[in-house]
Ligand binder design. Structure first.
Ligand SMILES: [Cu+2]
Length: 103
């Protein structure tokens, strides 16, 4: 009984968290991070970025693949672009929530 109540609370918390993320402007909730585009995958809606530290995700600098919140965000990106972006964990997936070229 106790376990199922904890589980229910966790599910509710997760749902509320997802709601808060989607209704809050990303620029207000996540710090802007500098990065460089390594690879754009429009079919999969993904981008590989070499990025600096991302404090809200507890990450140091590295190269990794992100999902993008909107596929059209990839249209203005190409390999080698210097970018400024915000990232968050959306439904358990590291996701770029905003991005702009900073050349
Ligand atoms: Cu990373």
């Amino acid at each position: 009984m106790k376990f199922s109540r904890i589980l229910a609370a966790a599910i509710i918390a997760t749902t509320l968290g997802a709601h808060a993320q989607s209704s809050t402007p990303s620029s207000a909730s996540a710090p802007v991070v500098e990065g460089e585009v390594r690879r754009v995958d429009k079919e999969q809606g993904k981008v590989t970025l070499r990025h600096g530290p991302i404090p809200n995700l507890g990450m140091d600098g590295m190269s990794m693949v992100f999902r993008v919140k909107e596929p059209k965000m990839l249209d203005s990106l190409k390999d080698g672009d210097k970018v400024k972006f915000t990232a968050d964990k959306v439904n358990g997936v590291f996701t770029v929530t905003s991005i702009q070229v900073a050349n």
